[in-house]
Design a protein around this ligand. Structure first.
Ligand code: 17E
Ligand code: FE2
Length: 420
């Protein structure tokens, strides 16, 4: 074995270990490795973690806030209208520049696996073309999955509108999208919503793709497409290849229905994604007081053994003008909003942005810190997950494909005078 890089004195799973890398693969992990390498880095006991997984973001609309106007009501629907205007002026270069800028922001803070939705209810598929190019351009340092997402709905075109969104989504899949998306709660009727879910499953089966559906992203307790998604996942056997994003209406369902549904969800074994930064701001907008949090039942899903992961959803776009690309912000918000403040619960929220996200993205064996796996890992200036969530420390090193991609120094505080 001839390692190219050794990380010494890493804190990994509460132990002090050295990690040796050869090329792009982890080749040894042990307390004191005898071997040497041309590059060795003393990690000085900092926390080493698998990279963050951003399991839900919209890179095509990232960094467009204020274009052509700000979202005054803060609702999902005004966001969709603003985006409908903005997407008229899309070019592939515009999409590529913003997407790469957002990915660099994310990678510099430890995210190396990303699932992005891309709006395919846009006749030229410009955003898709841009993101497909980006997926290829960045693959040497970050993994990007693309979901063909019909923002305006699959069946919402006027009679003679062409081309139909139903045709565009299929074309997007043929062109190379990794997953089929949807938005059943925004189809014109409940029946169309159900029909759209069936169509999504049909396409996923036909082209052997994953599924990730924006599902019940509304406070309406009558929005019940999750049961349809879960039933289709069970009946087709696609199960863990299926993800329900947002499911915020689940936070408004009555407990009797929620209990029944939870049993069905356990049988179907689908994945869930919550986006706490944006769910808390987009939802609850029609409430006076008490005001709902607009989040799905993250804690209860986790307690039921279902796979839940986390995403930003937005970085400075028509739906949410904030967003940093730092997954520790998302984790911290989840801990607060979902009241997952027990020690085990906080660790679980951290895992939702790492290992659980990897499961949602179907990354299987290519993710994690173990001998034989690809050498992707991050170093946090921190002692453990709890400390990392509380302080949101600097990610000091990002190692991607066996090489140091980014190094960032922690801020240094220098007192300029003595105080008691
Ligand atoms: N589109 C949508 O339908 N829902 C969202 N949360 C965003 C875009 C960001
Ligand atoms: Fe989304």
């Amino acid at each position: 074995m001839t390692p190219t890089l050794i990380l010494r004195n890493c804190t990994l799973d509460h132990a002090r270990l050295d990690i040796a890398i050869e090329g792009d693969t982890i080749i040894a992990i042990a307390p004191h490795l005898e071997m040497t390498a041309p590059t060795e880095i003393d990690i000085s006991g900092q926390l080493v973690s698998p990279p963050f997984v951003e399991s839900h973001i919209h890179l095509d609309s990232a960094l467009t806030v204020g274009q052509p106007r700000h979202n005054q009501s803060g609702t999902l629907f005004e966001g969709i209208e603003i985006w409908r205007d903005r997407k008229q002026t899309l070019t592939t270069d515009d999409v590529k520049h913003r997407a790469i800028a957002a990915l660099k922001l994310m990678a510099s803070q430890g995210t190396l696996f990303v699932r992005s939705h891309v709006d395919v209810s846009e006749p030229n598929l410009t955003a898709l073309e841009g993101l497909l190019e980006v997926r290829d351009l960045v693959k040497g340092w970050i993994t990007l999955q693309i979901v063909a997402f019909p923002q305006d709905g699959i069946y919402s075109n006027p009679k003679n509108g062409s081309p139909k969104n139903d045709e565009l989504i299929e074309e997007a899949i043929i062109l190379g999208a990794d997953a089929v998306g949807g938005i059943p709660h925004y189809e014109l009727t409940r029946e169309d919503g159900v029909r759209s879910v069936h169509r999504i499953f049909e396409l996923a089966e036909k082209y052997n793709r994953l599924i990730d559906i924006h599902c019940d992203e509304i406070d309406d307790d009558q929005s019940r497409f999750l049961e349809v998604v879960s039933a289709c996942a069970l009946q087709t056997g696609l199960q863990e290849k299926v993800t329900a994003s947002h499911t915020t209406a689940f936070g408004s369902y009555n407990d009797a229905y929620a209990l029944k549904l939870m049993g069905f969800l356990k049988r179907s074994g689908i994945n869930f994604i919550a986006n706490p930064l944006i769910n808390i701001t987009l939802q609850g907008r029609t409430d006076t007081y008490p005001k709902r949090r607009g989040l799905t039942r993250v804690k209860e899903l986790w307690q039921a053994g279902l796979n839940v992961s986390l995403g930003h959803d937005c970085i400075q776009d028509p739906w949410y003008g904030l967003g940093t690309g730092n997954m520790l912000d998302v984790i911290s918000m989840a801990v607060h909003l979902c009241q997952m403040t027990g020690l085990e619960e906080m660790d679980a929220c951290y895992d939702m942005a790492t290992t659980h996200g990897a499961r949602t993205l179907n990354l299987q064996d290519s993710y994690g810190i173990a001998v034989g796996k690809p050498a992707n890992l991050i170093v946090l200036d921190s002692s453990d997950k709890y400390d990392a969530i509380r302080r949101r420390p600097t990610v000091s090193h990002v190692i991607s494909r066996g090489q140091v991609l980014v190094e960032t120094a922690s801020p240094q505080v220098k007192w300029q005078r003595d105080v008691d």
